[in-house]
Design a protein around this ligand. Structure first.
Ligand code: ZN
Length: 146
């Protein structure tokens, strides 16, 4: 799912939480909103690492190309994992942030934003038929790498 949709849905989600819990600290609300799309920073880091260019625009066109290639492969019946590993999107990273929330409550709100983001990602995988492409487990990725 494109970051612009994550930003839009993240804002709607934060507003719904604000309506449901009006006494919520605005800073925590901001953490939910920011986490709901900044988790995609791992995509940007991968694009920079691969293309050696730091421009955000370049990262977008890089992923546009990768996704177009993936679409063609899926149409041809080829089901491959995405060539890049997105660390912030793993179950382990979510758990880590969840555990850190016992030490600082801010992490709890970041965790909520991340879970919301990941649920949207999963919905879009089902919609596009790309569920197979994501590596959900950090340890799986490590295991295959070595
Ligand atoms: Zn994502």
């Amino acid at each position: 799912m494109l970051p612009r949709w994550h930003i839009l849905f993240g804002a709607i989600f934060a507003i719904i939480i604000w309506i449901a819990v009006p006494e919520i600290n605005f800073f925590y609300l901001a953490l939910i909103f920011l986490a709901s799309f900044l988790i995609d920073f791992d995509h940007y880091m991968c694009a920079v690492k691969t293309t050696k260019k730091i421009s955000l625009k370049n990262a977008f066109s890089y992923y546009e190309e990768l996704c177009a290639k993936q679409k063609k492969e899926i149409a041809a019946g080829i089901k491959k994992k995405f060539p890049e590993f997105h660390a912030f999107h793993t179950i382990e990273f979510h758990l880590l942030v969840g555990i850190l929330s016992f030490y600082w409550i801010g992490f709890f709100y970041i965790f909520i934003g991340m879970i919301f983001h990941s649920l949207l990602d999963i919905l879009s995988f089902f919609k596009d038929g790309t569920f197979h492409a994501r590596e959900f487990f950090f340890f799986n990725w490590i295991r295959k790498k070595f």
